[in-house]
Design a protein. Structure first.
Length: 279
């Protein structure tokens, strides 16, 4: 049974920027994120969790957001947004909602899968091999709606797992990995805290606390873990951070401000984190 699980959620380019600020602020304040026995990453959390697990310091990830070095151009049209919302909100049942979204993603006119791999490959830099420390990357099967957690034993390449986790439905095409089509790991849960079941302590840093549609929120999942005896600290953007991030999570111009807001918020919550996680 793992002692500590670090869970990093999705949130697009802006949410990812806030996430790096949080990680850097916590690390600077003495929180040892490397002590995690397992790191679970979803979408943006998969990208930065992979880089963190592969030895890139949180401070460097943060500085790259401030400088714009990791800015991601993800143009989302009003038509794409409407198509996504139509699919995700078309049912009050979680299973039916994700099935609708999967079908819509598979049919949507998008660019080639190589667009996803090219962007993710640039973000990962030199990280191409699975790290020695336990890393789980989430993705959702576009055909079945099932959540998968890829790891070093899954028989897929690291870049394949991260690309699958980042394949935003309707905006990017579902990615083909191991003969199946995969879409963003945050499609039905932005953080997938359920995968930390069995851990004694969980630190979850979640830029967007709830997926679009009738799905469990990160708070719901954290409550269930707590009922099972896990000590959980769930961190999401506070009011100041939400103001800095704005409403468009693809607006790269907001990245530096979102990163700074995450860093400042981390300094305010470090005592809470240390109480659960330790130094």
């Amino acid at each position: 049974m793992p002692d500590k699980a670090l869970v990093l959620g999705g949130g697009g380019p802006v949410g990812g920027a806030w996430l790096t600020g949080m990680l850097a602020g916590l690390t600077e304040s003495g929180v040892d994120l490397d002590a995690a026995d397992v790191l679970i990453g979803t979408s943006a959390g998969a990208v930065f969790g992979t880089r963190l697990r592969c030895g890139i310091p949180a401070a460097e990830l943060y500085e790259r957001q401030l400088s714009g070095a990791d800015a991601v151009r993800l143009p989302v049209t009003a038509r794409q947004t409407a198509r996504f919302l139509w699919a995700a909100l078309g049912s009050r049942d979680s299973g039916r909602s994700i099935a609708r979204l999967g079908r819509t993603a598979l049919r949507a006119p998008t660019g080639p899968e190589s667009d996803v791999f090219d962007t993710v490959g640039r973000l990962l830099g030199g990280a191409r091999d699975w790290p020695d420390r336990e890393l789980r990357i989430t993705a959702v099967d576009a055909m079945t709606g099932e959540v998968e957690a890829f790891d070093a034993r899954s028989g897929v390449k690291l870049i394949e797992a991260v690309a699958a986790s980042c394949a935003v439905p309707v905006v990017w095409p579902p990615v083909t990995v191991a003969g199946r089509r995969w879409m963003d790991g945050g499609s039905r849960s932005t953080a997938n805290l359920q995968l930390a079941l069995g851990s004694r302590r969980v630190l979850a840093v979640v830029p967007i606390p709830r997926a679009v549609g009738p799905h469990p929120s990160a708070a719901d999942q954290a409550a269930r873990l707590t009922e099972d005896g896990t000590r959980v600290t769930l961190l999401s953007p506070d009011e100041d951070a939400r103001r800095a991030m704005g409403r468009n999570m693809a607006d790269t111009a907001r990245g530096p401000a979102a990163a700074r807001a995450g860093h400042e918020q981390a300094l305010r919550v470090v005592a809470e984190v240390a109480d659960t996680w330790g130094g």
